[in-house]
Ligand binder design. Structure first.
Ligand SMILES: Cc1cc2nc3c(=O)[nH]c(=O)nc-3n(C[C@H](O)[C@H](O)[C@H](O)COP(=O)(O)O)c2cc1C
Length: 221
């Protein structure tokens, strides 16, 4: 079992989000997971330019670190998104990664996998960012086991409490993977997303053949 944690704070070792992503991975380890931490800010990730070459040809026009990052996610059983709240939103670094995922969403690259998200903030906007990140995991096809969105201010004790919750979240993630836990509400959400994507892919089947063929192969069409 493999869990990948993705931290998107640029503050390196000073990052409070990093501490929570690490705690999730530690929790996962105690339940048998191999873990990998990826620091988005140490990667070269270009902005999506909306050309949709990815949908047409299955390759991105940018030659940067995105393909390797996606590969790490696809080869994991669990994915953890971590972001600080920046101006009531996700960090720009993680948003740049997510914007590159149009074609991976159509391919439902995280179908059958699990995920969770951790978010830290000074004082506001954290719940919306957590909802957004877990929504994106669902969009990619993964079931989410929960998440943690914390208001830390300058409060060291709050960070300690959050670390212990993050540790438990990691254990829950690993257990969900091990037992193939079901989340019926999310199964319905993912099925609804697929209905929408199915229509889109069918309408574009001549121009996006690799995606259409994958859907036929998976029995989703
Ligand atoms: C550019 C910027 C924007 C921020 N915007 C918000 C915000 O909208 N709401 C909030 O509560 N905290 C905000 N913060 C505070 C961070 O979310 C908070 O300190 C977070 O824990 C930083 O995470 P890190 O230590 O992992 O980098 C902002 C910080 C920065 C640098």
């Amino acid at each position: 079992m493999r869990i990948v944690g993705i931290n998107s704070s640029p503050r390196k070792q000073r990052s409070r989000t990093l501490k929570l992503v690490e705690a999730v991975l530690e929790g996962g380890k105690t339940r048998g997971a191999d873990t990998e931490l990826i620091e988005v800010c140490s990667l070269n990730i270009q902005y999506c330019i909306g050309c949709q070459v990815c949908c047409a040809e299955g390759r991105c026009v940018h030659e940067d670190d995105f393909a390797a990052l996606l590969d790490a996610m696809v080869h994991a059983d669990g994915v953890v998104f971590g972001s600080p709240v920046y101006m009531y939103g996700v960090s720009a670094q993680l948003k740049a990664v997510i914007d590159r995922m149009e074609e991976p969403v159509y391919r439902q690259v995280l179908a059958g996998k699990y995920g969770c998200s951790v978010v830290t903030a000074g004082s506001a906007g954290y719940e919306g960012v957590l909802r957004y990140l877990n929504c994106m995991l669902n969009q990619l096809g993964a079931l989410t086991v929960g998440g943690l969105a914390v208001r830390l201010d300058e409060n060291i004790e709050a960070l300690e409490g959050a670390r212990s919750e993050a540790f438990t979240l990691g254990q829950t993630l690993a257990e969900a993977i091990r037992t193939n836990r079901r989340y019926p509400d999310q199964d319905r959400t993912i099925e609804k997303n697929r209905d929408r994507i199915r229509r889109f892919i069918t309408a574009n089947k001549e121009s996006w053949p690799h995606i259409y063929e994958l859907w036929v192969e998976k029995g989703w069409m």
